[in-house]
Ligand binder design. Structure first.
Ligand code: SF4
Length: 79
């Protein structure tokens, strides 16, 4: 029987993002920059139980000068 699991996913709006990388300074455990300075999120999605990552995600969201980051809730099926 399948169960539904909730995960959190940090996402960037590439149209708003200026690529200066403040988010990577604010949340180095969640955000790295690509070769052009745009954020990527190698360890996302993550569990809502990971309080430190949630804290980091909110720091990055609040610190983004372009309001380009959002933390989305995903609902995924697991076995
Ligand atoms: S802080 Fe915001 S605008 Fe700057 S690189 Fe990160 S997501 Fe883009």
């Amino acid at each position: 029987m399948k169960k539904r699991n909730e995960l959190l996913q940090l996402r960037v709006n590439p149209i708003l993002c200026d690529g200066f990388g403040h988010c990577a300074e604010l949340a180095p455990d969640l955000v790295i920059l690509d070769e052009w300075g745009y954020p990527i999120f190698p360890d996302s999605p993550f569990s809502p139980g990971e309080k430190e990552r949630i804290r980091s995600a909110h720091l990055a969201i609040r610190g983004c000068p372009r309001q380009a980051l959002v933390l989305e809730r995903l609902s995924v099926d697991t076995k």
